[in-house]
Design a binder for this molecule. Sequence first.
Ligand code: ZN
Length: 379
Amino acid sequence: MTFPWAIKQLVSRAVPHQDNEKRKGPEKYPDWASYRLGIFICLNCSGTHRNLPEVSRVKSIRLDFWDDDLVEYMKCIGNNAAKAIYEKDVPIFYYRPKSSDCVVLKEQWIRAKYERREFTGDKSQPQIISNYGSHQGFLWKRGKENSQFLRRKFILSMDDYTLKYYNKEESKGPKAVIFVKDLNALFQPEKIRHNHGLQLTCLKDEHTRNIFVYHEEAKEIVHWYNAIRAVRFSYLKTAFPTATDLELLPWITRNYLKQGYMEKTGPMHREPFKKRWFVLDSQERRLLYFKCPLDATEKGSVFIGSKEHGYDVTNSLPKGARGNKWKCGITVVTPDRKFVFTCENERDLREWIEALNGVITRPMSPQDYTTEANVRRRR
Ligand SMILES: [Zn+2]
């Protein structure tokens, strides 16, 4: 038995959590509650909470029975009060997942917050922030030439802002030294085909270098991610001393605006189309293409400037185009040349155009002019 008035009261207290502002309708108001923590949660998060019976107990707001005492309890806590306790002391660099993020990030956020109580500011807890300064350990790294994952030692250092990895014997020195300045980290579970798959990217001689890793333990791979963010944030603060923390936040790590297959032709637009894997790095203003999604280095890249500087994107295919399997054409106009791509379907086409327009309509920063010059020089 449920009392409609009680449910009404509960629903009115169910403030949106995480980044629900983008959602519409009923999704905006979580339908589930942890009656132990006194918080309202969405269906997705309720699954994780169910796995933490020691700290959280889940009920549906609409389907389960709520007695008066429990309703009162929910009323006097609620998400804002719980946030003040459990998110009292979240390090600024620490990644707060969005609803679109991968499972491992969302699940570990809930565990860090409620199960491990990492952000309550409780001094008896181990000092979380100092743990993030530097980090080392083993990760499974995908081979550059083959698809085999091998166990490799990685060392992240705040002292010289580097991430190093070693092939076998540490004494022989690192196989690679990656500068945190050029380092990005993003979870790519589907591409890597592992729930904890993390993509690391850096620049080597103006080319992108992709490194694909994972760790068996969810907690550990998310720790790596946040450790990289901590070191990146520290680096950015030294590199841009006048910028505020909030201004630096989006630059710590970044996700791709869009990625997927398109076909591409050559500069004459008469060359045979080839299927390539594209990623749009919005902050770097680069459209990179690879032969395969897990390639270590890109085959090429297109700088995406702004409208004022002669860049444009249209859904059109030049008349002479031929040999394309896919029919939905995109033309990217740059001051040097037009790039012609084709998409598999209309939806993909719309998404690419929207993503590219997102970059083109954004004004260029002084740093972008340097990137543009580098990309042009290389071609
Ligand atoms: Zn949720």
